[in-house]
Design a protein around this ligand. Structure first.
Ligand SMILES: C[S@@+](CC[C@H](N)C(=O)[O-])C[C@H]1O[C@@H](n2cnc3c(N)ncnc32)[C@H](O)[C@@H]1O
Length: 242
């Protein structure tokens, strides 16, 4: 008896940004493995009697290892259950999806991927920023601000990240932004490049702070806070917003 796994994107946290397909899979699930950023009211769609398994890597709990989470998925599906693996935003963006897919393929367990609204799109929408602009932002790029050690990844394509004609979204940016800022400037990007720090997007305590890359690097040197955040930078202002 083999079960089935639905990887489901929960969106940034606003229950209205769950897709209809996500709600359907949550309603039908026997077991739901969820991250910290995919909790709260989003879980109200799960039927009574389903098993809820928190596997979040934050909130002061000891973090379950990725191998352990992958094994949990396999073990629950092996009982014949319909398992939902609920991941924040879109599951295919900085969500360790690959490791979990490999574990399922190795165990011969079928799965599907239900995309979600990435926090990058939700942040841009909340701040009324088009991620692309016809003349000034022909490219958009998503990059992670840290590697497994917590430091700025070593092999970043700095020429691309310093492209003044691209909109860049940095995930998990806070701790390493000062280091990234120094490298961006060294590669020719103006310190006055418009930037946005978007915290708790889609939650009641959402905070949007507009500045420049220099301003955010200065601010984050003294106050980090624990809220999940993104930094957007690039041609964020339209021609009508000097
Ligand atoms: C492991 S990554 C998952 C990203 C997710 N798959 C997505 O598409 O948004 C977690 C990071 O995403 C960003 N993030 C996720 N949800 C967020 C939210 N509601 N507000 C701000 N940033 C968020 C933060 O940078 C956070 O540290």
């Amino acid at each position: 008896m083999t079960g089935f796994v639905s990887f489901v994107g929960s969106g940034p946290g606003d229950p209205e940004l769950l897709t209809l397909k996500a709600v359907d899979r949550l309603r039908r699930a026997d077991v739901v493995l969820f991250d910290d950023l995919s909790s709260g009211p989003l879980l109200d769609h799960i039927r009574a009697g389903a098993t809820l398994v928190p596997v979040g890597k934050r909130a002061g709990r000891p973090s379950p290892s990725q191998a352990h989470v992958s094994q949990l998925l396999v073990d629950h599906a092996a009982t014949g259950a319909h398992v939902v693996r609920l991941k924040s935003g879109d599951p295919a963006i900085f969500g360790r999806l690959e490791e979990e897919i490999v574990a399922l393929r190795t165990a011969g367990i079928a799965f599907e991927i239900v995309p979600g609204v990435t926090s990058a799109s939700a942040a841009a929408a909340a701040a009324a920023i088009p991620l692309t602009r016809r003349l000034s932002a022909r490219r958009v790029q998503f990059v992670t601000g840290h590697d497994v050690t917590g430091g700025l990844p070593g092999a970043l394509n700095m020429a691309a990240l310093a492209d003044a004609q691209a909109t860049t979204v940095v995930f998990m940016p806070k701790r390493t932004f000062a280091a990234l800022f120094a490298q961006l400037c060294a590669h020719g990007l103006s310190p006055d490049t418009p930037a946005l720090l978007a915290e708790n997007v889609g939650h009641p305590d959402q905070r949007l702070h507009r500045s420049t890359i220099a301003g955010l690097a200065r601010m984050l040197a003294t106050e980090l806070g624990s809220a999940p955040a993104l930094i957007l930078y690039g041609p964020l202002r339209g021609e009508d917003e000097a």
